[in-house]
Design a protein around this ligand. Structure first.
Ligand code: FAD
Ligand code: SIN
Length: 511
């Protein structure tokens, strides 16, 4: 008998765990995750989760800030859903045991981050993601959700335009096998690993987006790669550049040149709290102007006790690397951080293939437009995974297709990760131009030509990263303007003709 579950979830971050724990009926639910349970972007989230809790705040204000950051292409209906469902679902996480920081009256202490007009960032000091992951893993255990570690999903099984499950590499049997499900949810996170410097852990190779792309779904807005302005220059922890949360600037941190000159006021009236795209470009411009490898982030003017208590992870990690943030500035550089684009879904998380949902960072719900506002990612994942679970609850049973072949090609995909990272970092970073994008496309296409058809399992991530790179480059080439995170030197202005999503599928690139 083929192995079948009711609900199959790929990924154990906030999106996958929320979906799995919110299916509204008794069901057989399995999560596949490619490393250990908590090896997720979620686990490293620092700043917090944006939501309206203050009396001085309003849904309208949060909606407007989100739309402003996205520069004309956010889907307003999706933004409204995200913002208005936020307080209820964030409160639910707290009630489940998430140790968010609160004041003496038990009210959330609200942080401030770039692009937000108000204090609205609910946080657990600087380890918000760790707390969310911990609580959701506990909830999954209580609910009887099975989490299978070290299992890598390779491709979707699609029959008659319906997703029937996945091909996966079974770590126990060392074989490729098929898992069938009534509904499959991709919650595989982002793709920061296609760049040399990224805040994302090694799992973030864009697998779900690449799998959905190969299966023929619509993919939107891949050109909008968010670079976080402040990753520590030179500190790599477990394959990722260590992040200094935007909350540090929210509490008064100041960006300075290596000569000690504050520079953000030259670039935005919002200064150090301008949206991320503006801050990242300003850092790159200052590094270029002065010929330096990094800029500085200085928070040492605040009381040492406050810093140690508010940012314990950042304080301890920097200290281990010889930087005392209470006494000296931190050397920082922009690093790839977040994929605003992904698998195009509607507001129930449905993709363009039946029985297939996409959630969290691997999905494009339309809420971020051309630039995600700080701390809106955890919120988006929470809200839309909840809605997708409610929707999926009604799905009918799958008739398992017969004789699905397993066309595996074990040795035919060479490891190209490093080459992809080099190409993407050189030509498809914070500042782009048409000539560079064409050079990148030619080089990645040459790498792709060496890859055979079939299911690759030895170097599945390498194949996925090649596809992600092609999607980012193709989408960037289609947008001959500058908007949000996508800045073209040869088209510095924003063109109203381009005020729409960039939607591609495999026929745009591979056929
Ligand atoms: P993830 O949490 O990344 O989970 C992906 C899961 O999919 C993992 O379990 C992974 O192993 C699994 N997976 C991937 N491929 C496969 C495969 N082929 N087979 C099986 N399993 C697979 N956002 C905020 O809103 N606020 C913040 O403060 C914040 N801080 C951040 C700090 C850092 C350092 C980083 C990197 C991101 C931060 N973000 C923040 C962004 C946010 O954390 C992520 O966008 C969000 O956690 C993504 O959740 P997810 O569930 O979609 O994916
Ligand atoms: C941070 O803490 O700066 C990250 C917040 C985010 O990515 O939203």
């Amino acid at each position: 008998m083929p192995r079948k579950v009711d609900f199959l979830v790929i990924g154990s971050g906030i999106a996958g765990l929320t979906f799995a724990t919110k299916i509204p009926r008794p069901a057989d639910i399995l999560i596949l995750t490619k490393k250990r349970k908590a090896d997720t972007n979620t686990n490293y989230a620092q700043g917090g989760i944006a939501s309206v809790f203050s009396n001085e705040d309003s849904f309208d204000s949060h909606i407007q800030d989100t739309l402003n950051a996205g520069v004309g292409i956010c889907h307003k209906d999706a933004v409204e859903i995200m913002v208005s469902n936020g307080p209820r679902l964030v409160q639910e996480l707290y009630d489940m045991g998430c140790r968010f920081s609160v004041d003496a009256q038990g009210k959330f202490l609200l942080g401030r981050e770039g692009g937000h007009a108000k204090r609205r960032i609910v946080h657990a000091k600087d380890y918000t993601g760790y707390e969310i992951e911990r609580v959701l893993l506990e909830r999954a255990k209580q609910r009887g959700v099975v989490i299978s570690e070290n299992e890598i999903a390779l491709d979707l099984v699609v029959d008659n335009d319906e997703c029937c499950g996945v091909y996966y590499f079974d770590a126990d049997t060392r074989r490729i096998d098929i898992l069938y499900a009534d509904a499959t949810a991709l919650a595989t996170g982002g793709a920061g690993q296609v760049y040399m410097h990224t805040t994302n852990p090694p799992i973030a190779t864009g697998d779900g987006i690449a799998m959905a792309f190969r299966a023929g779904t619509r993919i939107a807005n891949m050109e909008f790669v968010q670079f976080h302005p402040t990753a520590v220059f030179t500190i790599q922890v477990d394959g990722r550049s260590f992040l200094i949360s935007e909350a540090v600037r929210g509490e008064g941190g100041i960006l300075k040149t290596t000569e000690g000159e504050p520079f953000m006021d030259k670039y935005s009236t919002a200064g150090n709290l301008a949206p991320r795209d503006i801050v990242a470009r300003a850092c790159v411009a200052e590094m270029k102007r002065l010929g330096t490898t990094h800029v500085l982030l200085d928070i040492s003017h605040l009381p040492a006790d406050f810093l140690r208590n508010r940012f314990p992870t950042i304080y301890d990690t920097c200290l281990r690397w010889g930087i005392d943030i209470t006494r000296e500035p931190i050397p920082v550089v922009p690093a790839a951080h977040y994929a605003c684009g992904g698998i195009q879904v509607n507001t129930q998380g449905e993709t363009s293939i039946k029985r297939l949902y996409a959630l969290g960072e691997s999905a494009c719900t339309g809420v971020h437009g051309s630039n995600r506002l700080a701390s809106n990612s955890l919120l988006e994942a929470l809200v839309f995974a909840t809605r997708a679970a409610q929707h999926a609850g009604d799905i009918a049973g799958l008739a398992i297709p017969r004789d699905v072949p397993i066309n595996a090609t074990p040795d035919k995909c060479p490891d190209r990760k490093l080459m992809i990272k080099e190409i993407m970092s050189r030509y498809v970073g914070v500042i782009r131009n048409k000539q560079g994008l064409i050079a990148a496309r030619d080089q990645v296409r040459r790498l792709y030509a060496e890859i055979a058809d079939g299911i690759h399992y030895k170097n599945a991530e390498s194949l996925n990263m090649t596809h992600i790179a092609l999607m980012i480059i193709e989408s960037a080439l289609r947008r001959q303007e500058s908007r949000g995170l996508h800045y073209m030197e040869d088209h510095p202005g924003t063109d109203p003709e381009h005020a729409h999503d960039t939607v591609i599928d495999r026929t745009s690139i591979l056929e």
